[in-house]
Design a protein around this ligand. Structure first.
Ligand SMILES: O=C(CO)COP(=O)(O)O
Length: 257
């Protein structure tokens, strides 16, 4: 089992050219020892991906997009393809974030097609899943996430794909599930990913936790079995908080299966 933790920052619709200074500021604390321990990537708005490449690459920080179209090119005004993100210097792309599922009506089938598009372009998709508050309260969290995994992962995806469990009710609210609930969901997700992909691939698939990850709770959340890193929203906008989250890995031992 060789899963390298991944801490990914999702800037959402935030950031300007001036924000590239935050990327530059991540470099100082992301030192050789931390690089050996955890992979760090930033997913800024598409307008900034190409601009961020030089500084990010120099600091050993990866770049990702936040969405991609299913097609490589064509008459889709306002959309961006996975190939364009790759061309701009990205190596990852988030697909199926709950905000896109809600704002743009993205279904599991669309998310799966986007994940396949990412793979076609040579990007690693970060496929997001997660239940709403109502679904958790109804006792349906596992069933909902299981169905999203079935529907959103291409069946032939390689074990390099990343899955992010983001309970919708934990995003931007300061609320997080209990460690026991996170452990249960991540163990369940790994089993379900195995059923979906087969061939023992799930042991290598990184499953991130997302939703109100902050420096103060990072160590507790990242220490949970089957949590292979974090997808961070608000706290990824400032270098200090974002690197402090990755820094939790200095204190965490080898990841447990
Ligand atoms: O949606 C998220 C990351 O994709 C999580 O956002 P917050 O970290 O702001 O809760």
């Amino acid at each position: 089992m060789t899963r390298r933790p991944l801490v990914a920052g999702n800037w959402k619709m935030n950031g300007s050219l001036a924000s590239l200074a935050e990327v530059a500021a991540m470099g100082g604390a992301y030192d050789v020892a931390l690089k050996a321990r955890v992979e760090l990537i930033v997913c800024p708005p598409a307008t900034l991906v190409a601009m961020a490449v030089e500084v990010a690459t120099r600091l050993g920080i990866g770049l990702g997009g936040q969405d991609c179209h299913v097609d490589a090119s064509g008459a889709h005004t306002g959309d961006i393809s996975a190939e364009m993100l790759k061309d701009a210097g990205a190596s990852y792309v988030i697909v199926g974030h709950s905000e896109r599922r809600a704002d743009h009506g993205e279904t599991d089938a669309i998310v799966q097609a986007k994940a396949a598009a990412a793979l076609r372009a040579g990007l690693t998709p970060i496929v997001c899943v997660g239940e709403t508050r109502a679904e958790r309260e109804a006792g349906d969290a596992l069933a909902v996430v299981g169905a999203q995994i079935d529907g959103s992962l291409p069946a032939d995806a390689p074990d390099t794909i990343v899955v992010a469990y983001e309970p919708v009710w934990a995003i931007g609210t300061g609320l997080t599930p209990t460690p026991a609930d996170v452990a249960q969901m991540h163990a369940f997700a790994r089993e379900r990913i195995e059923q979906r992909l087969g061939g023992g691939k799930s042991v290598n698939v990184r499953i991130l936790y997302g939703g109100s990850v902050k420096p103060a709770n990072a160590q507790e959340l990242m220490s949970i079995a089957n949590v292979d890193g974090a997808l961070v929203g608000g706290a990824s906008l400032t270098a200090k908080d974002f690197v402090a989250i990755a820094d939790a890995y200095r204190l965490i031992g080898a990841l447990s299966a």
